[in-house]
Design a protein. Structure first.
Length: 225
């Protein structure tokens, strides 16, 4: 089983999905991608996750993000399950908005390090964990999250980290602090001099005095997403 690290190029792959066969790089084009696995179709937590992600699809589209789900169930199972998801999440607008990969051989799950380690060698019990990858338009893995099967993911956090990644790409001299959301203060990196900081953010830089005497906590709200 391969292991993906932040900064790795996600390999190109071909996959059967509920919206036809895709070649990943061609399908991705110049978009960001949120690729996420779920353990099994017709399960309660997965139903809530895929439903809420579908409801929030317009928010992902606004950020130039394509959604791509994955599990090891067969294609017909995915198609039938989508009807259940739409029945449960009545606020999904229109048709189900994103493809779900059918990975019966688990080839892609192994390649992308999505398989539950506990049952790795048990062919009858192998499951994908709740793996989630944010992939930038250059096919580079920028962020990964792995949740156990019994813990559902937070869609607001998915959008928040995408906002953060896109912000630091646009303004590489900053980083986002704990619990940051768009519009709140960002931290100016220690590698940026005070003179550079004042030039970059003429609207204002706040400097925090620390007991150590080291001036490393500098923030600004004068930035544009």
């Amino acid at each position: 089983m391969s292991t993906l690290h932040i900064g790795d190029v996600v390999p190109n792959f071909k996959a059967s999905t509920t919206k036809g066969t895709i070649q990943f790089y061609d399908w991705q084009d110049k978009s960001w991608v949120l690729l996420f696995s779920h353990p099994a179709d017709f399960t309660p937590v997965c139903t809530t996750e895929l439903g809420r992600i579908a409801v929030h699809n317009p928010h992902f589209q606004k950020r130039n993000v394509k959604l791509l789900a994955h599990s090891c169930d067969v294609l017909k199972s995915h198609v039938d399950w989508v009807n259940d998801i739409k029945s449960y999440c009545l606020d999904i607008p229109g048709e189900f908005p994103y493809p779900i990969i059918a990975d019966e051989t688990r080839e892609l799950a192994y390649m992308l390090n999505m398989v539950d380690k506990q049952h790795f060698d048990d062919k009858n019990r192998q499951l994908t964990v709740r793996a989630l990858y944010v992939i930038d338009p250059n096919h580079v893995l920028r962020l990964s999250m792995h949740y156990p099967n019994n813990i559902g993911r937070n869609v607001d956090e998915m959008l928040r980290v995408i906002d953060a990644l896109q912000l630091v790409d646009k303004i590489p001299q900053v980083a986002t602090p704990a619990n940051w959301v768009p519009g709140e203060k960002v931290m100016i990196l220690p590698t940026v001099s005070d003179v550079e900081a004042d030039t970059l953010f003429p609207g204002g830089v706040d400097r925090v005095s620390m007991p150590s005497g080291i001036s490393y906590v500098r923030t600004t709200t004068h930035y544009k997403m």
